[in-house]
Design a protein around this ligand. Structure first.
Ligand SMILES: [Mg+2]
Length: 427
């Protein structure tokens, strides 16, 4: 039996958006942070300290402004390009430990630990500390014999700081106590509606649910509910899903070796990132509907004025065509560039991604013949770059200054160099 035991870990970033902002500004350590929705309407993310102040999720910003001011709350507009970039870093770091991984959301992933050497809890601690050190993002890791129990373990890891961010239900002597502490709605796969129904039957927590009869559950909650029940009992029903779906977003960003103050230089760099996202879109046979640009100053230079911002542009027609993406990127940069700052990092994110084949044509699209010609040019460019090295052939807006080309050529594909220089976080 034990030789076939599957061990899942659920890794979940703590207060992800707030943690991203904090990772770029160590001055925010211990300060309450909130992140606002698009056009700054309401609170969509809170740091631990902001939760402790009683700021609810969805709080309208205008109503809470006096509290923000009085309690020194750091308020941020959402910067999804930055969060997407940080998410990729966290996931890339986790993937170094095991290829058996399912990225479940922007800040969550399931990993299988049973095919790795070492005690699962030790592995989880190692993964956690590596991610914190390399990205500055704190994560919690829960371990269990099923995905549903890994989720339960993750809640426990988050809830009790004495666990140090990792907790395992495998061989845990008092699983009942842990299950009894999980509200029925908080079980993975149950949700509000079924939670309410189950409460009517007097079932209010995961322990009570786990003792229900299989057929009773299947009758009222379909086969999915039954799987949740069995998984809480330790029977694997929901395997790791590693199918590669159409990506939700693609990010290309870099930390500059030297700060950039000049707008034209920045525009040139950003055009290069737009071109890279175009290559990656074409490589997957996809087109994107929106493009976002973000810029940041150096978060470690607290003596210098800090600025970060992001702007999103919708493409007239979903595209992977490099000149379209560059044009959109330059328009977005125009909206957020402020002179007088030393920019240290910038990036481009595309989203609204769909497969090019089978896409429904919109009104006012260029005639088919012209699109075919665009496509042929892009394909030729990708082929030449693949054969002779990235950036051999470029669209003029990317700039031709060798110095920048070389800097990029020496970056490792996985990590930008600055992360190795990141000071140890977490103390
Ligand atoms: Mg999270």
């Amino acid at each position: 039996m034990s030789s076939t035991l599957t061990i899942f870990a659920l890794m979940d970033c703590n207060n992800f958006y707030a943690s991203c902002e904090r990772a770029f500004n160590p001055g925010l350590r211990k300060r309450p942070i909130v992140v606002l929705s698009n056009n700054d309407g309401c609170v969509i993310a809170r740091s631990h300290e902001a939760k402790a102040l009683g700021i609810p999720m969805g709080a309208p910003a205008f109503k809470f402004q006096p509290l923000f001011k009085e309690r020194g709350v750091a308020v941020f507009s959402s910067n999804f390009a930055l969060y997407g970039d940080m998410s990729r870093r966290v996931m890339d770091t986790a993937a170094r430990f095991t290829p058996d991984m399912e990225i479940y959301s922007i800040d969550e992933a399931f990993l299988r630990l049973d095919r790795m050497h070492g005690r699962p809890l030790d592995l989880a601690r190692k993964i956690r500390s590596t991610i914190l050190q390399w990205t500055g993002i704190p994560v919690s890791i829960g371990i269990g014999p099923t995905k549903t129990l890994a989720k339960v373990a993750n809640r426990e890891a988050k809830k009790n700081p004495e666990h140090g961010g990792t907790f395992s239900l495998v061989d845990y002597p008092d699983q009942d106590r842990i299950l009894a502490g999980i509200e029925i709605e908080d079980i993975w796969g149950i949700g509000r509606q079924y939670g309410k129904k189950l409460r009517d039957f007097g079932i209010g927590n995961a322990l009570q649910f786990s003792r229900l009869d299989k057929d009773w559950v299947r009758k009222r909650m379909t086969v999915n509910g039954m799987h949740t029940l069995l998984e809480l009992q330790g029977v694997l029903c929901i395997p790791l899903d590693q199918t590669v779906a159409t990506p939700k977003s693609i990010v290309c960003s870099r930390t500059f070796a030297k700060a950039v103050t000049d707008k034209d230089k920045l525009a040139e760099l950003i055009s290069g990132y737009a071109a890279r996202t175009g290559e990656r879109l074409r490589g997957q046979g996809c087109v994107a509907g929106q493009l976002q640009v973000f810029v940041l100053t150096d978060r470690f230079r607290l003596d210098k004025p800090q600025y970060s911002n992001a702007a999103t542009v919708s493409l007239a027609i979903p595209s992977s065509h490099t000149p379209d993406l560059i044009r959109a990127a330059r328009t977005a940069l125009e909206q957020i560039f402020k002179p007088g700052f030393e920019y240290r990092k910038a990036g481009v994110m595309v989203f609204g991604i769909e497969k090019e084949q089978g896409r429904r044509l919109r009104l006012f699209e260029p005639p088919t013949q012209e699109r075919a010609r665009y496509k042929a040019v892009m394909e030729a460019m990708d082929r030449i770059n693949a054969r002779w090295g990235a950036m051999t052939m470029r669209v003029a807006a990317e700039g031709a200054e060798k110095r920048w080309v070389m800097r990029q050529a020496h970056l490792s594909p996985r990590y930008t160099t600055d992360w190795k220089e990141l000071p140890r976080a977490g103390h």
